[in-house]
Design a protein around this ligand. Sequence first.
Ligand SMILES: Cc1cc2nc3c(=O)[nH]c(=O)nc-3n(C[C@H](O)[C@H](O)[C@H](O)COP(=O)(O)OP(=O)(O)OC[C@H]3O[C@@H](n4cnc5c(N)ncnc54)[C@H](O)[C@@H]3O)c2cc1C
Length: 379
Amino acid sequence: MPVRSTKRGADRTPLDVDVDVLVCGASFAGLAVARELAGTGASVMVIDRYDIGERQTSACAAPTEWLRNLSLDGAVRQTFGDLVVNTPQERVRYHLPWTFSTFDYRELCALMAEQGDFTFDTAKVEGITRGPVHTVHTDRGDLRAPLVVDALGWRRVLGRDMGIQPPDARLSRGLEVHPEGRGDDLELWIDPKVIRAGYGWRFPAGGEVRVGVGSFEPRDHVKEPTVALARELDVPTVGYQGNWIPHQLRPAVSEGVFFAGDSAGHCLPLTAEGIRTAWYFGLAAGRELRQVVEGRRTREQALASYGAFSHAHARSYAWLLRFQRMVGPMNDRGSLVSATMRAVNRQWWIDRFFGRYLAVAPPEHALAAGPPRAAQAPA
Ligand SMILES: Cc1cc2nc3c(=O)[nH]c(=O)nc-3n(C[C@H](O)[C@H](O)[C@H](O)COP(=O)(O)OP(=O)(O)OC[C@H]3O[C@@H](n4cnc5c(N)ncnc54)[C@H](O)[C@@H]3O)c2cc1C
């Protein structure tokens, strides 16, 4: 069981720690890495600015099979077999070949943490001095480990290539509100009245609905569109949460450090689905690290193997980015969106597209040991 401690004020005593593996970031990617190291006997430490599960970072919808395969069903709030897309002219219902579920972030993180065997502390990561044993600098002192993972999200704090910041970086932006409410459908809005290059969503989760807007164009603000969509849906604008969302793959290894999840741009373009990919690449990184701590690989071999595994998905990401770039121009011709959404509503096409989309980061990966086959591009 992990030891947890949210340290505030005078309790933020200095840290000075040596461990085998240091995982920076305790959200989807970081907890997936730590989970794979359980039972190795390695000393593993996870750190985050906030306590585990304290800050929700998304609308928390993921393929149900992923949740089931990771034994996280307990956090599920609602399951959906259909996706409803609202376009300027009509509302189209797609019957998916697999289901999506919304879940409770705090409960899910607690379940994931229970699957690991690590110490946890709160600290803000500020930088790294690289070496055979890296030194990670935090606001509470230095932590040393030969194996370091950056699962810190889009800022990629431990990368040297931090020069590009929003709005110039390849990032989307998303904002949502979390009022109480109920609903039966997982809904999207692809409509220029909501946002030009992006989409709106309404994800029910038990007694709560998550209503938000994402823009692939980082210069387009999403506050007003989010408020407007919430008003249209007649829900209060309470419980705001938002973030930048990467839509370009970045190197998953850099100068001796492993990157997983948003820090490596693993969030999928077009859909901004980044939870299952954070799990997928986090598990892959964790399995490589496992081999190192068990003496079956060197750090350099693990870095090379994980870097190649991540890079093998570049084609799928490029395809999704191409689709993403079509959304704004299609929305400029509103009737084209409606016509396209209607035209693709053929079950064989839906099954094929969503089947290949799931295969980019397939749920079986949660069960398998070792890196799976390289992903396919969506149709
Ligand atoms: C509004 C919105 C809705 C979304 N909805 C969905 C959705 O429904 N489904 C889906 O699949 N994806 C969704 N996404 C995308 C998804 O949230 C991300 O892709 C996913 O959270 C990435 O996981 P991660 O573990 O890599 O990073 P994060 O979840 O961002 O976690 C990074 C962790 O690092 C910590 N951290 C950051 N900097 C520091 C620091 N300097 N020191 C210490 N700790 C630090 C943070 O506190 C955090 O715990 C959404 C995104 C947004 C913005």
